[in-house]
Design a protein around this ligand. Sequence first.
Ligand SMILES: [Zn+2]
Length: 391
Amino acid sequence: MFQEPLDGEVKMFVCGPTVYDFVHLGHARTYLAFDLVVRYLKFLGYRVNYLMNITDVAERIVQRAERLKRDPLQLAREYEAAFLEDMKALGIKDVDRYERASDSIPRMITQVRGLIDKGVAYESETGVYFEVSKFPNFGQLSGQSHEELGLRRLELCSSKRKPEDFSLWRKYSEGLAWDSPWGRGRPGWHIEDTAISMAILGDTYDVHGGASELIFPHHEAEIAQAEALTGKMPFVRCWLHTGLLNVDGRKMSKSLGNVVRIRDALRESTAAELRYYFATFHYREPMVFSKDKLTKAKQKLQLLRTSLSQFLATEPAGAAKDKKRMNALVSKAEIAFRREMNNDFNAPGALSVLHVFVKELAKFGSRMDQETKETAEASFRRMADVIGILS
Ligand SMILES: [Zn+2]
């Protein structure tokens, strides 16, 4: 599935959070899935350049700040700090750069102006809109025809030419707003991510990730903006989308009131336990959050650790000539691990491989020398560290 990267390193962008509240386990699932992707790419020897945006300019932030009578950017800073704490607590440390939308407004204005110049965007009373009918490939990522798209009304607004047109810039005379050629206002959400990612990763890059609910309209819009602007296709070589996290048949979301914050979950489980639990599902599948399954995952992780300790407690009593049997065991496990992970990052399969491997190590006996033992331990740890379940 994965081709060689374009520039000797894998350039990867993942849609970051809108910082108007604490992040929850739904976010944890997505960001842990991409952490696993990055760890595995590094395991294979790739260099990775991982960029994530922070959406600190958004209607939800402005609305929340108004309710709380707070400055929207200040409020966003607080939740950004909380988000970064949560990422750290989950052991996510491979993001090379976080970039705020509010620090990239000039880049967004340049792109909006470019789209108007290309004839695919127009200014109206309320803002600037992308004219979807001018981009024939719109709908390709989500597999929708133009007729279907016409039925989906995005952003109800009377000053648009067509209901499916989406905003690039919204005019606001007051509140959170910046000067632009179209008066004061704020960028649309989609252009924020296109402007940020292209400025840092280039016109075409390797991987773009996000939750599956972002496929439409967000990622469709990003493709339309980028490709209409540069004429280069594809904008992104590989799209990865994580499945939803459901609770009792409904999406975990603040508006439904069924949210488990990451920081609260980390009071009852360690980061390694949460990582193990999420890795028991393929990243693309929808999953149902269940305390029972989380408890089972913890038990299985404990089993893995017990077997590892058993192996580590075994005193090597063999000689160098005994290497062969252990080497065969290690290389069998490594081949199986790669086979699973090369199959669209199949973490559940990789976990099974680790279980089989560690069980075999635990019952291996003492016919090994110290060096062989250390090689086997290092191999196990390297693979377990891709999923992040030992720390
Ligand atoms: Zn995004």
